[in-house]
Design a protein around this ligand. Structure first.
Ligand code: FMN
Length: 202
């Protein structure tokens, strides 16, 4: 089983990064083939916004850029289980994660059959991400979990509705600020490891 983690923090060994490692450790302990992608290290250009070309031609490629998204889209298409983890930034997930999600549009293959701007405009042909299992995760400074609600809604909308993944888990770690704060929350990390293991074991 292929298990991939996509990390949306700019901080190496930060809270998101450590959370991803715990999840992948659990998945690996259950026999998963794991890999982590630290998005800030990769070459992911900003979407140019043509909003059609990548979706109306077959194949999962942006019509403009050849960059690390080619590899990341292939990874998504081959994954069995994915973790998306970001720090809460300005009430939602980070711009690193948002840029990545915007560039996931080539997953969709559609035909334009109706009036653009209406729900009948597009005929769905294919999306290799459809039905793939995804866990969404957020770390944040504030103790009040409600601060992360918008981020979870955006995750659910984009990964669940738009990219048609099956959201099978949600991890929310509050009250972590500085690099590595999450390492003090050993019980939470144990739970996260256990979730990674359970989702691979089935
Ligand atoms: C630009 C910026 C915006 C932030 N906005 C919020 C916020 O709206 N709410 C919150 O609770 N924490 C906020 N934080 C704090 C981070 O979510 C917190 O430090 C988190 O643990 C960082 O995760 P990381 O170590 O994975 O980078 C913000 C941090 C930065 C740098």
């Amino acid at each position: 089983m292929k298990v991939f983690a996509f990390v949306g923090s700019p901080r190496k060994r930060g809270n998101s990064d450590i959370l991803a490692d715990a999840f992948l450790e659990g998945a690996a302990a259950a026999g998963g083939q794991v890999e982590k992608f630290f998005l800030a290290d990769l070459n992911i250009n900003q979407c140019k916004g043509c909003f059609r070309n990548c979706m109306t031609k077959p194949g999962m490629q942006c019509a403009v850029y050849r960059d690390d998204m080619d590899m990341l889209l292939e990874k998504i298409a081959s994954a069995d289980l994915m973790l998306f983890v970001s720090p809460l930034y300005c009430a939602t997930y980070s711009a690193i994660m948002a840029r990545f999600f915007e560039r996931c549009l080539p997953l969709w293959e559609v035909e334009i059959v109706g009036e653009l701007g209406t729900m009948d405009a597009l005929r769905f042909i294919n999306n290799p991400a459809k039905g793939k299992k995804a866990v969404i995760a957020l770390v944040q400074d504030l103790r009040d979990a409600r601060a992360g609600e918008l981020a979870f809604k955006a995750y659910e909308h984009n990964l669940g509705s738009t990219y048609m993944m099956e959201i099978v888990g949600r991890i929310h770690v509050t009250d972590v600020r500085d690099i590595g704060d999450i390492a003090k929350k050993k019980d939470r990390l144990d739970e996260i490891r256990a979730l990674g293991k359970k989702l691979v074991t089935g």
